[in-house]
Design a protein around this ligand. Sequence first.
Ligand code: PLP
Length: 392
Amino acid sequence: MPARAQVPARLSHIAPAVVQSEIRAMSVACDAAGGVNLAQGICDTPVPAPVEQGAIEAIRAGLNIYTRLDGIAALREAIAAKLQQHNGITADPDKEVLVTNGATGALYTTLLALLNPGDEVIFFEPFYGYHVSTVLSLRMVAQVVPLTAPDWKLDSDALRAAVSERTRAIIINTPSNPSGKVFSRAELEAVAAVAQEHDLYVIVDEIYEYFVYDGAEHVSMATLPGMRERTITISGLSKTFSVTGWRIGYLTAPADLVPAIGYFHDLVYICPPSPAQYGALAGLTQLAKTSFYDDLRADHQRKRDLLCDALRTACFQAPKPAGAYYIFADASHIPGATAAERARTLLRDTGVAAVAGSAFFREGRGETMLRFCFGKRDEDLERACEALRSNP
Ligand code: PLP
């Protein structure tokens, strides 16, 4: 075979800085070790029957072609009904709801539509790495405001100090990945005051909105006075219906913003997968009047308690999170100079994979922390708990 000419790779300015996410790296290491993966936030619990059925019937009925760019009308109506009942947000399904390729696609296209390269976006730390990486990939600037450990409380003075004349938006994730923090109404009001003072958008990722424990209240920013017109509320069905691979999310935003976001969503994705939209529709409509969401919450609270107890027995400092499905634990006692090393030591000694806490902080921080996911099947979670308990 003739030798191929050597063409040096010419990458974009930012591509060389891209590294594999610690979450994926740990999943690969876990597979190689045959361990239990509590690293990736993939809920592998069963898909609710109506959701599965809805998608299968759609495929069989030939509903496999592109849909309208903003999603099928019946699904937008079901989302608007859910927003009204669960969140207290009134949204016009024709003008203020966009079905998206996951919450991830919603954030990406929101940023494309509303912000410019060089604009600054504020995040709270610890943060979900995809949020920050998405902003950086669009050549925007991330301004990080640390939350105060151990409760990850908001320091509104620190937030105010982070705002500059280039700041255009604040991104919030509540309930939060990785900390499980649920922003209180008072904290959201403090963020709202800053957003109104400086005329900022607030983009809220509420994908874990149904995962709240011990009576914690999920408050939607868009319901606070004066916030509907500057808030983009993002959520999705990946977590609630255990369909992370289906890529169905949605957003609601003021009617004058949705066409621009929809334009970019069309450009990048054309539309969310059609059969999955029908599955989501069946789930939203058929499960609304059942105990599904209460059962989901109770089941995850039980799993949280199980994993928390096992981690504490294994000498971790593991606070019980008020929301989401992660335990963000201090692992200072596990040998290793960095969190990534501690995660590998734990995997080697117990067969349990967790994510290095450093993945959720700026460089040099989070090095004693590990994140464990409890949105798992019972048998896997029990196996992990057993392994942790027997290796204190
Ligand atoms: N937002 C947060 C905070 C997440 O933790 C995740 C997944 O882990 C996502 C979004 C991804 O959501 P989707 O599958 O809807 O893109």
